[in-house]
Design a protein around this ligand. Sequence first.
Ligand code: ATP
Ligand code: MN
Length: 544
Amino acid sequence: MLLQQITIAVMSTPIVSSPEKTQVNFGLRNTESIHYQLTPEELVQDTLRIGEGVLNDTGALVIRTGEFTGRAPKDKFTVKDEITTDTVHWNEFNIPIEEKYFDIIHEKVKNYLEGLDEVWIRDCYACADPRFRLNVRCINEKPWNNLFAYNMFLRPTEEELENFEAEWQVISVPGLRLDAKECGVRQHNAAIVSFKRKMILIAGSGYTGETKKGIFTILNYILPQEKNVLSMHCSANLGKDGDTAIFFGLSGTGKTTLSADPARKLIGDDEHAWTNDSIFNFEGGCYAKTINLTEEKEPEIYRAIRPGALVENVMFYPGTNKINFDDGSITENTRVSYPLNFISNSLEPSIGGLPKNIFFLTCDAFGVLPPISRLTAGQAMYQFISGYTAKVAGTEAGVTEPKPTFSACFGAPFLPLHPGKYAKMLGEKMQKHQVNVWMVNTGWTGGPYGVGSRMKLNYTRAMITAALEGKLANLSFTTDPIFGMSIPTECPGVPTELLNPRNTWEDKAAYDEKAKYLAGLFRKNFEKYADGVSAAILDAAPKA
Ligand code: ATP
Ligand code: MN
């Protein structure tokens, strides 16, 4: 496609050519300079030039995302229109907004973009499997947001760019503050998804993850609803024998950390689909947490922090450009994005075969669930629908009780459809392909948060390796009396006494009490699903 022919939907007025560089015409009347499809090096230079980033001692670009250092789920809206009214499962994560407000906000975004001196535009795509490829155009106020898009989405070749037609657009304008009342939103920032206009507008927030999870959200609609393909919030990797493993889990449970396994090829760290014959990655990069990162514990991620990587919201040691990974003073959610091939053994294209093993990761800060256990089909469905994790309450003084979270399908914030839709598809696939399902507690052992400690990463890795290599299959198991899952009595590379959580608590009565308490939370949370599921799934509920 001739660059001159490119127009975008932000355009409302006749095409005017842009004066600089690429002569690309995006219909932005007053914008002095439109930077189309810059290389990562150029985007780094632009970020440095406008004074919004610095390089660390290993050459990665370090930026701050501004007011927002995480997603803003309360400010994410879906336009309620002919397409979505009866298909989207309206809830606290799928908040409706009227079309008229989309139009108002769209107009504001358009005007804002046209008033900027510079805009960065990038064509990219999601979905490694060509059958499901989704072309995306990212239009950014900030060069570092554009670098994020380069790192995280798939990168079309020169040839593919010739005929590139963007199906969806993501427009990100962190500097635009919305008038909440006029725009029908909650406050000055919002992310608005319109399935009819095929557009995601992100105003008032520079947090890069909004773009990533925006595209994830629409794929969680398009794939199951329109293509009969299951989309999943999981990481995936591939063993030497061609066996794929997938790892579901909410934020902080270990998807990214545990999928980076030197003995296996990385397919992806966060978003995948399960087709009739494959598992494929939606993305072209990883978005890893860097809080408390060490080279020793997470060598692959640590070494990915190099030229081209984009590091967010970290602090340096005073007077240096060396990152202090232990410093969470801006946010605990410090992150780095990098292209998949920054991990030494990534798989390209990121498509694997049907999975042999599924792991449900949970970070149980109550210290109740076993560090690894095997689930029956019914238990697997029960756990998938429940989507449990409990994290420590954060850094607030005096807060010591872990905060339990139940998030259907381990990803409720990103699922536009009813969770039952995804659960049904997963259940059918698990049954058809006879997959082993494991639950892994990457959280606390030896007592709850405040008493015990987090399971050592090396032990969790050893448990997963043992499961993957079939080294648990022939060993003996005991049944958890409350939760019902099968707990291995031994595991290579792991102290035996760690396997049964009750053994690790000094105060057994306290364990029993906490286990019953957690069982009660599961049962209460599941009440809303009880009518729609089979007896086998209901039987898998923890005992009261
Ligand atoms: P998100 O969806 O937000 O990307 P995630 O599931 O990818 O979350 P990770 O980024 O892998 O989560 O975060 C797990 C964090 O917990 C890492 O910082 C890791 O170092 C730490 N961790 C500590 N102990 C363990 C353990 N036993 N298993 C896994 N991770 C652990
Ligand atoms: Mn992750």
